[in-house]
Design a protein around this ligand. Structure first.
Ligand SMILES: Nc1ncnc2c1ncn2[C@@H]1O[C@H](COP(=O)(O)OP(=O)(O)OP(=O)(O)O)[C@@H](O)[C@H]1O
Length: 511
């Protein structure tokens, strides 16, 4: 199939705000691919959502815009989806000395064969600009429509397989049995269940009824798969970090179970057993920096034990299984329906240096990938995950470091611009330690897009957690809302920009 077909559907989807129109445009394209070139279904779907199967092929913004500047667009489309896929393979396979020039050559030759619109699409895929996640929910609905399935059935398969390309193949070419048969596979991560928010433990408990009220540990989410001696550890965004966390692997290997999928949190502890700052945990996940501090895993859920899926069992049953397979590693908490008890657990969590509590309806099932109201988190300090758009060079003591951050909230529906774009909501240089200044200066120069005086604009890929005292109306910022007393809490290397908080959620604080 011609890449131009994909590109014109992607453009049509971006140019309308109507979800129905988006679904129809995508469903039409999916039907055509399934008929004309079924082999390309998985590849095409992965490209559409900006997540080609080769992953990031390591092409930088600056190099790419230079190459594109030197490649006049073709008048007629001729590139195929297969051709683009082959280019990605070759880029991914080219490394080592002299590879930069080879890659530039490959890219330039390819871009010269692309039309203006195709060039924009190719660059978007290469830079991860299309990875926003904005399209994924729509695509699942389009697959349901194209295949004639209930949306919930396709969504379940997408969540459990964690792979839209594979889901597309089954939804378009498989049977109902194939679709229903998508289940957990030990070794293949599923999207984690997420939590809604409430202001107080009592408010949360009023929504859930009897609940497991658990410490909200201030670490990093882990999903651990064990099959015999083979242990794999995945992050919240399903990256495999097994080789970075040998001590977690070691602990899980010793558990009294042959096969299991466990959901939990890992954090670094100091010698007295108290939690260390989150940044130390994350630096183990993100960079190669070695750390002395030891990571400790804690678990709060179990999705599979020895051949048995537990997703559709109530939390009470899953907790009982967890107590059996991971004794001694369970997140502190209690089952209660009493608001005073929930408040007490919350105070204990905060006193122990954690963020708050998560209140979980005791009868709830595990909804992979969903932010429902069966899990409700309560954090006394409001924090928002925002995307760094730019940073300004510091002055005085911070001379030579990139300091003041420009922060953007995610706009999935395109209320203030293109769907999936980022809307600036404030700036801050507060809360940055020397270590963070060093880290972010290095990172931002790596992903620099352009400069304007003292400001370095960056690829919008870095998520940062910001504590605020609230928001105020603003005529200066495009979303009409500005952060009050924003300060940096930590970088969230485990989050994609599509998981950042939305401009709508910030605007809802205005009332
Ligand atoms: N006992 C617990 N149960 C569930 N999640 C927990 C628990 N302790 C810590 N967590 C962490 O809290 C998160 C739940 O909040 P949420 O679903 O909103 O994810 P998040 O967007 O990563 O949230 P946050 O930014 O507040 O950590 C989980 O992803 C997990 O990392």
């Amino acid at each position: 199939m011609l890449l131009a077909e994909l590109v014109s559907t992607a453009d049509a989807v971006a140019s309308t705000r109507s979800r129905k129109a988006k679904v129809e445009a995508l469903a039409g394209l999916l039907r055509r691919i399934a008929e004309e070139s079924p082999r390309e279904v998985g590849t095409a779907v992965a490209m559409l959502v900006g997540k080609p199967r080769q992953g990031r092929v390591g092409v930088g913004w600056r190099g790419l815009s230079r190459t594109r500047g030197e490649a006049p667009p073709a008048a007629q489309p001729s590139i195929t989806v297969e051709g683009f896929d082959a280019l990605l393979d070759r880029l991914a396979a080219t490394s080592g000395a002299g590879s930069e020039a080879v890659r530039t050559g490959l890219l330039a030759a390819f871009l010269r064969r692309a039309t203006e619109r195709e060039q924009r699409f190719i660059v978007g895929v290469l830079l991860g600009e299309l990875r926003t996640g904005a399209l994924e929910g729509v695509l699942v609905d389009a697959l349901a429509s194209a295949g004639g399935w209930p949306a919930a059935l396709v969504r379940r398969a997408a969540m459990l397989s964690g792979d839209l390309g594979e889901t597309a193949r089954i939804a378009l070419m498989g049977t109902e049995e194939d679709l229903r048969g998508v289940g957990l596979l030990v070794g293949r991560p599923v999207l984690p269940m997420l939590a809604a928010s409430a202001a107080t433990p009592a408010e949360a408990l009023a929504a859930t009824g009897e609940a497991s009220v658990e410490f909200k540990l201030d670490g990093a989410r882990i999903q651990v798969h064990r099959s015999g001696d083979d242990v794999r550890v995945f992050t919240r965004s399903l990256a495999d970090v097994t080789h970075r966390v040998p001590e977690v692997v070691h602990v899980v290997r010793a558990l009294p179970v042959r096969e299991a999928i466990l959901d939990g949190e890992t954090l670094t502890l100091d010698e007295g057993g108290a939690p260390r700052p989150f940044q130390e945990t994350m630096s183990r996940f993100g960079a190669e920096r070695a750390r002395d501090a030891v990571l400790h895993p804690w678990f709060f859920d179990v999705l599979h034990v020895d051949g048995r899926d537990l997703l559709d069992e109530p939390l009470a049953v899953r907790r009982a299984e967890l107590a059996r397979v991971a004794p001694g590693l369970i997140v502190p908490g209690e089952v209660t329906a009493d608001p005073d008890t929930a408040e007490r657990i919350s105070r204990e969590a905060l006193a122990a240096g954690h963020e708050g509590v998560v209140v979980k309806a005791i009868g709830s099932l595990y909804s992979a990938g969903r932010r429902g109201s069966s899990w409700i988190k309560v954090k006394p300090v409001a924090t928002y995950d925002l995307v760094v758009l730019a940073a300004e060079w510091g002055s005085g003591r911070r001379q030579g470091w990139l300091s003041n951050l420009h922060l953007g909230a995610y706009d999935p529906s395109g209320e203030f611009g293109e769907p999936g774009s980022l809307v600036m909501v404030g700036k801050t240089f507060k809360g940055l330690t020397d270590e963070l200044l060093r880290w972010q200066t290095e990172r931002f120069l790596d992903i620099e897009a352009r400069r304007d005086g003292h400001t370095v604009f960056v690829e919008p890929t870095t998520v940062v957690e910001i504590a605020i005292d609230g928001v105020q109306r603003s005529s200066r910022y495009p979303g009409g809302v500005a952060l009050r007393f924003a300060r940096v809490k930590r970088y969230r290397e485990d989050k994609d920009p599509a998981a950042a908080d939305t401009i709508q959620s910030l605007r809802s604080l205005l009332t």
